[in-house]
Write a protein that binds this ligand. Structure first.
Ligand SMILES: C[S@@+](CC[C@H](N)C(=O)[O-])C[C@H]1O[C@@H](n2cnc3c(N)ncnc32)[C@H](O)[C@@H]1O
Length: 288
């Protein structure tokens, strides 16, 4: 399998694909995401606006698979729900145009639950139908994959081949304690003023809990609604980027370039993929 990773971020789809295929090219416009991708995967994504990608460039990659997590803001529960009219959908629309002239053999997509039933979803399904492709859609959360963190998302996997019906894993969730750093970073703690001001609205958890709220990109800046905060005998603290990475199922070797500050790290992780879930989805393309 030779894949193109569109909207590549930190390369979640590449981790999920693993050794089962290669990524011939990744595309993203975020310098921080591209630096992190290069730091971990070796090669740097092309810093290109996907809405302007030339068909010849895509054809030249000779890829058979498209992996993608398009921007979710147009479909987010909290956003303006502008869907395809949102300017951030231009890149997705361009890919849907490219699909009519360069249809891949396989396609995998992840997005927020609001994507289901949207015009964008309809458009994608119409392209798959026109190509007589088979596809399966799932609403999945890492809590069903042994991870004590909520991240409900829609996944769609499509192929020219019929897709198997794979059983969902049956896994129990360990407590959050398993995902915590061995040594605490004091700078993660909220000040007593911050705890007094925001504490009542926070999604507080304890190390022994086996569930926690979803991390969003603004976790490093915002308090209420941005993700879980940990209550310990010392007070209330944020999860460290490394702890968030573990809860996303990123491999232990995953790291950020030194130059990226904590807020940027949270942003990239909050935009990312749950790797165990993405791996299960992509397995549909590799039946034993
Ligand atoms: C939801 S995140 C994808 C995260 C990715 N799956 C990962 O594992 O980190 C969307 C990514 O698309 C990028 N992006 C958004 N609009 C884009 C565009 N028009 N062209 C290229 N990249 C874009 C953003 O910079 C962001 O990294």
């Amino acid at each position: 399998m030779r894949a193109i990773e569109f909207f590549s971020g930190i390369g979640g789809w590449r981790y999920a694909l693993g050794h089962r295929g290669t990524v011939s090219r990744a595309f993203d416009i975020s310098p921080g995401a591209n630096a992190t991708y290069a730091h971990n995967h070796g090669d740097r994504p092309l810093d290109r606006e996907i809405a302007t990608l030339d068909p010849d460039l895509i054809a030249g990659l000779k890829a058979d698979t498209w992996l993608m997590s398009p921007p979710c803001q147009p479909f987010c529960r909290m956003g303006a729900h502008r869907g395809l009219e949102d300017l951030r959908s231009r890149a997705f629309l361009h890919l849907m145009d490219l699909m009519t002239i360069l249809p891949p053999d396989h396609l995998v997509l992840e997005n927020v639950v609001g994507f289901l039933g949207s015009q964008a979803h309809e458009l994608l399904c119409s392209r798959l139908r026109a190509e007589k492709m088979h596809w399966r859609e799932f609403q999945l959360c890492p809590t069903g994959f042994g991870i004590p963190n909520l991240r409900p998302r829609v996944y769609l996997v499509a192929s020219r081949r019929p897709l198997p019906a794979l059983p969902l894993p049956v896994l129990t969730r360990p407590p959050l304690a398993v995902f915590l750093d061995p040594l605490e970073d004091c700078s993660l703690y909220l000040s007593s003023e911050q705890s007094a001001q925001h504490g009542p609205g926070l999604a507080l958890v304890r190390p022994e809990d086996d569930i926690s709220a979803c991390f969003i990109g603004g976790y490093g800046k915002r308090f209420v609604g941005s993700g879980p905060f940990l209550r310990t005998p010392q007070g209330i603290r944020r999860f460290s980027p490394r702890e968030v990475a573990r809860l996303m199922g990123l491999p232990s070797g995953f790291d950020f370039p030194e130059s990226l500050g904590r807020t940027q790290r949270y942003k990239l992780l909050g935009n990312g993929l749950s790797i165990p879930v993405a791996q299960w989805v992509i397995t549909h393309l590799f039946p034993c």
